[in-house]
Design a protein around this ligand. Structure first.
Ligand SMILES: [Cu+2]
Length: 145
């Protein structure tokens, strides 16, 4: 009987450690997303990365919004952000799409499934964009001063 209790405790500890490891991976993913520099971001952490709990300088990072490309649509179709915000699109569809400014301001090029594209909006205004592969896919970014 005492042996059996010991086994149960070991299992619980092991499960708790797994959860802690998952939390560390999630923190790393968020930190990678918040650091503004790379235009193309691959969200999966490298297996060689050593998980640490060091806080990323989130407060100083560029404001960032995430948009989904899903079901042949930009989701949300209209988004309102403050000047200086970086928007990151991810293609969640199995088919390729583009994020292309109607005015020629930005163009992601062909984005395959799970690829991302980010653009920082440095000026106020209304920015319409579309997918060059599927012209019915249209959306708008409204940037407030
Ligand atoms: Cu498309």
């Amino acid at each position: 009987m005492p042996l059996r209790t010991g086994t149960t405790l070991t299992r619980r500890t092991s499960r708790a450690m797994r959860h802690a490891a998952l939390g560390a991976v999630a923190a790393l993913t968020l930190a990678a997303c918040a650091s503004g520099a790379p235009r193309w971001t691959f969200l999966a952490p490298s297996p060689t990365d050593h998980p640490t709990l060091t806080a990323a300088p989130v407060a100083e990072a560029t404001p960032r919004e995430h948009l989904d490309i899903k079901g042949f649509a930009f989701v949300p179709g209209t988004i309102e952000v403050a000047v200086g915000t970086t928007i990151e699109w991810i293609n969640s569809d199995l088919v390729a799409h583009t994020v292309t400014s109607d005015a020629g301001l930005f163009d992601s090029g062909v984005m395959q499934n799970q690829q991302t594209f980010a653009w920082t909006f440095d000026a106020a205004g209304t920015f319409d964009y579309h997918c060059t592969i599927h012209p019915t896919m249209v959306a708008t970014v409204v940037v407030r001063a």
